[in-house]
Design a protein around this ligand. Structure first.
Ligand SMILES: NC(=O)c1ccc[n+]([C@@H]2O[C@H](COP(=O)([O-])OP(=O)(O)OC[C@H]3O[C@@H](n4cnc5c(N)ncnc54)[C@H](O)[C@@H]3O)[C@@H](O)[C@H]2O)c1
Length: 470
């Protein structure tokens, strides 16, 4: 029996409502449209979406490295994927040797996916970075090979927001200095320049995922909130948007930075901005190390214009854990900053909680499932984000075409010459720089149609990766 014959046999046998892998009510799988909010659609999709199989592949093999969360392993295995799980990172040579056997790989920050690795990854469709950043992946090599890359940029927002609350309490009570003194046997009971949070004004710079969560938490502590953002944003609770950064700096008792690292945000808090802050106000930076000019901050601390600061991020951070890893060789002002009063320094742990790791596991594994099962690229960092409503269980003779191609003139004409004579139920395409991605559902195709469409599309000049799901 050919692959295509199996396709239709398996469709009718496999995709009854009872067996469909998405049909379990307890599954945390996000619906194919990527939405996490539309629970009604989710319910509808769980009943009707047909989980698709890949044409020309007996099973999907996934390599998971670096001890990604067990929740992720469970979600992927429940989808019927073959999952190989390893706790450590692999070297480039090891990857080059073995990556050819896998359709997907999940990594955290230590595994480097280089051009060499992608060149050896003949079957690779998708990469899941079970972390925030994607610096460890050569995104341009991934894109050239038609491999989509997903990450989880916002799963740790709550963890960061909670840390800021803790830091505000610690700064306003000089808690870390008192605790440090007690470790050395010093009893120093003071109340001067120690304050409650209640009634104080928190200024949030960047009212995105973290800033807005922080806003809600701070209000529940009895604080008032003002925020500054480059875009007008709906305030949560009783917060209000400041007209300018200067207005926020001059009014706030606490200033907490939550902007991304961009050319415009590099060094955005310097001598001038610090001088605009209220005397005795506190500065907190859990965003990116380059946003605050640390030498200027040290001067503001020395003069006691600033009442204290909490920093979780630095312009240069050690590559690995270790005693004395954070020193003047790394950042020339390190020891001066360490010696100031009421300074809390943490090693980039804002998002480092078990809850965040679990949330990352669920988010990234769901993104992998959506891409592998439905071709949906919503949330990909290197691909145009393309989504198409699913093929239903009733549509057993329908296939989905996933066509990753060069964004070049005539590409879609060539596709339409091949599929144009078939019944194309729905079709969508988008591009991102040099790459474009098309999803199309075709109904009433025969076994030989599938073979023919796959073969001819794979040979089109613009094709990078052609995949058929049935
Ligand atoms: N310390 C940690 O472990 C940790 C963990 C997660 C995120 N982060 C960092 O926190 C920061 C915020 O993350 P997020 O998830 O809230 O990001 P986000 O993209 O959801 O929000 C950022 C907000 O900043 C605004 N913004 C951009 N440029 C601005 C400017 N010049 N002035 C004012 N506002 C500006 C944007 O409009 C947006 O609303 C990022 O730098 C991120 O890398 C750190």
């Amino acid at each position: 029996m050919t692959n295509a014959t199996q396709a239709f046999t398996r469709s009718s046998q496999y995709f009854s409502a009872a067996d469909a892998p998405l049909a379990q009510p307890s599954d945390p799988v996000i619906p194919p449209d990527g939405s996490r909010r539309r629970s009604m659609s989710n319910g509808m999709l769980q009943q009707h979406a047909r989980v698709l199989q890949q044409f020309n592949a007996d099973s999907i093999k996934i390599l998971l490295l670096e001890n990604v969360s067990q929740g992720a392993v469970k979600i992927l295995r429940e989808q019927g994927f073959e999952v190989d799980f390893y706790t450590g990172a692999w070297s480039e040579d090891e990857l080059v040797e073995k990556i050819g056997g896998y359709h997907a790989i999940g990594i955290r920050s230590k595994t480097r996916l280089t051009q060499r690795v992608f060149d050896a990854a003949h079957q690779l469709l998708v990469v899941g970075c079970f972390c925030i950043g994607t610096n460890q992946v050569d995104l341009s090599a991934a894109t050239k090979n038609g491999v989509a890359v997903f990450n989880s940029p916002f799963a740790n927002s709550r963890s960061v927001a909670e840390l800021v609350i803790a830091e505000m309490v610690c700064l306003s009570r000089q808690l870390t200095d008192r605790a440090q003194e007690m470790r050395q046997g010093t009893w120093n009971k003071v109340s001067k320049r120690c304050f409650e949070l209640r009634g104080k004004l928190l200024g949030i710079v960047g009212y995105g995922h973290i800033g807005s969560q922080l806003s809600v938490l701070a209000e529940s502590m009895g604080m008032q909130v003002i925020y500054h953002d480059v875009v007008p944003l709906m305030p949560l609770g009783s917060a209000r948007q400041a007209d300018s950064l200067e207005e926020l700096l001059s009014e706030a008792d606490f200033v907490s930075i939550h902007v991304p690292e961009l050319p415009e945000t590099r060094g955005m808090i310097g001598e001038r901005e610090l001088s605009l802050m209220k005397p005795g106000a506190y500065l907190i930076n859990n965003a990116r190390g380059t946003v605050v000019q640390i030498p200027a901050l040290v001067e503001a601390l020395k003069s006691q214009h600033i009442g204290g600061c909490a920093l979780d991020v630095y312009p240069r951070e050690p590559a690995k854990n270790g005693v004395n890893a954070f020193n003047n060789d790394l950042n020339e002002w390190a020891s001066e900053l360490q010696s100031q009063a009421n300074v809390i320094m943490t090693p980039h742990i804002g998002g480092s909680t078990e809850e965040a790791q679990r949330a990352i596991g669920v988010e990234v594994s769901n993104a992998l499932c959506r891409y592998l099962n439905f071709g949906v690229s919503t949330g990909a960092v290197n691909f145009p984000e393309v989504n198409l409503r699913p093929i239903t269980e009733q549509e057993v003779r329908s296939i989905r075409l996933c066509y990753v191609h060069h964004n070049q003139p005539g590409a879609l004409l060539a596709v339409n010459e091949i599929i144009g004579s078939h019944n194309v139920d729905k079709q969508i395409t988008d591009s991102l720089k040099d790459i474009a991605y098309l999803l199309a559902d075709i109904s009433d195709v025969s076994e030989s149609d599938i073979q023919d469409i796959h073969m001819r599309l794979s040979k089109t000049p613009a094709s990078i990766l052609t995949r058929l799901l049935y």
